[in-house]
Design a protein around this ligand. Structure first.
Ligand SMILES: C[S@@+](CC[C@H](N)C(=O)[O-])C[C@H]1O[C@@H](n2cnc3c(N)ncnc32)[C@H](O)[C@@H]1O
Length: 414
């Protein structure tokens, strides 16, 4: 455990501690403080000796063995899971805490399938794959949501750094530090450079409003056990599509203890609000009133670290059509439809989002919504349309959300 990273890297034969790349000292400063932690580390580039594959290790002045850096990381981080990926299928292996898989980092579909669509998120990502900066940057943007808050992403061996990227919206919106560092090395003044990104600990929050145990058949054709399973699907869809988000479940009904403890395990916070006077009173009047009260209770608990707040109705789930990039981080995001019955536009309230900077405005809108629902017997979809200013709203064409109507069991998609 006392062995330094430079010694470990030399022992395993990666070039990260060589005359050409003296990264190990820099990495020690970066990683020593978290060395003992339980981490997931992903390195792109296992180290092929196939001369026909670009960025191969052919020409290394010692007998290089593919997977050298992965073995070094495994020894250096005693409690980490080490993942490696490469375009060369012949060098994939599994050993100890190391697992490897195929990916072609020039192909967004391959990246989506092999990295984005898996449930694993990472604390450290190191791109030592194809050394072509536009490819590395495109990949960083595609898999950045898989980096945990506080996580570190490094692109190694940068030859032609495009500093314009540091002014892109992506950098501004993904709060964190983006530093291009030229590591001093008299023997290599060309590509001994790294881009180091530290993702801020800011997180998004998904509030799930839920009523699992409702009287059957008046309000739902589904039995409590079905509704519970549907809610678990809601939660797992959020973990999959918004992997770094906190999940708050606001539950209005009374639940069996085993269900409750399962939900507590899967969510960051479960708020049981069936006994809250406001909810009790309003829920008796109509479902919409109960929903507003549940939201009012949940937003009292929003922590400082939250950036964007999503609201999702329990038993609906984010489908593979959900695209986080369709949801602007600086505006309300609603799907707006025309309701013929009311001859007016309404906001779809199954799923929507807004930035925390609009929280005070949202609280006001919820208060006004209650008033309008009372005074004009409106439902929440219409009342929110009336109380949230149109110019603050990004109108989303498709939310990527599926589920079932409780009252008749029909499938629903928006
Ligand atoms: C410099 S080597 C990695 C060395 C290794 N990390 C080490 O330190 O021991 C770069 C690797 O990137 C891989 N590579 C090249 N193009 C790729 C692509 N399009 N997608 C994924 N990997 C690629 C190569 O096969 C090669 O194994």
């Amino acid at each position: 455990m006392s062995t330094s990273l430079t010694e470990i890297m030399r022992k395993h034969g990666t070039d990260k501690a060589s005359d050409h790349h003296n990264y190990s000292q820099y990495y020690s400063a970066l990683f020593d403080p978290i060395r003992e932690e339980k981490l997931n580390l992903l390195e792109i580039g296992i180290g092929t000796m196939n001369p026909n594959i670009p960025s191969s290790m052919i020409g290394t002045p010692w007998k290089y063995v593919p997977g050298s850096s992965l073995r070094a990381w495994e020894e250096y981080f005693p409690n980490a899971n080490i993942y490696g990926c490469d375009i060369d299928k012949d060098i994939l292996f599994q050993k100890g805490r190391i697992s490897t898989f195929y990916v072609d980092q020039t192909n967004p579909d391959s990246i989506r399938e092999k990295i984005c669509e898996t449930p694993i998120t990472f604390d450290i990502i190191i791109d030592d794959g194809l050394h072509h900066f536009p490819t590395n940057w495109a990949m960083l943007k595609q898999i950045f949501s898989k980096l945990n808050p506080g996580g570190i992403y490094v692109i190694e061996d940068i030859l032609n750094f495009d500093s314009k990227i540091l002014e892109e919206d992506f950098v501004r919106e993904n709060k964190g530090t983006f530093d291009y560092i030229k590591i001093p090395n008299p023997k290599n003044t060309a590509d001994n450079n790294v881009l180091v990104v530290r993702k801020s600990v800011q997180r998004d929050l998904v509030i799930i409003t839920s009523a699992i145990n409702v009287p059957k058949p008046e309000r739902s054709v589904f039995h409590v056990q079905d509704r519970f399973s549907q809610t678990l699907k809601t939660i797992s869809s959020v973990r999959k599509h918004l992997p770094n988000s906190l999940i708050y479940l606001v539950e209005v009904s009374e639940l069996a203890l085993d269900m409750l403890s399962d939900l507590r395990e899967k969510c960051d916070l479960v708020l049981i609000c069936g006994k809250d006077e406001r909810t009790q009173y309003y829920s008796r009047i109509a479902k919409s009133f109960g929903e507003v009260c549940m939201l009012q209770i949940a937003i009292e608990k929003i922590p400082d670290c939250v950036n964007v707040i999503y609201k999702l109705s329990g038993r609906y789930y984010l489908s593979d059509d959900f695209k986080v990039e369709n949801m602007r981080r600086d505006k309300y995001n609603f799907l707006c439809t025309y309701a013929e019955a009311n001859a007016t536009n309404v906001y779809q309230t199954t799923f929507y989002s807004f930035p925390k900077t609009k929280l005070e405005d949202y609280k006001r809108a919820l208060g006004d919504t209650i008033e309008m629902m009372y005074a004009h017997s409106m439902d929440i979809e219409r009342a929110l349309y009336e109380t949230i200013r149109g110019e603050d709203v990004n109108r989303v064409e498709k939310l990527g959300c599926k589920g079932w109507y409780s009252v008749n069991g029909r499938e629903y998609e928006c």
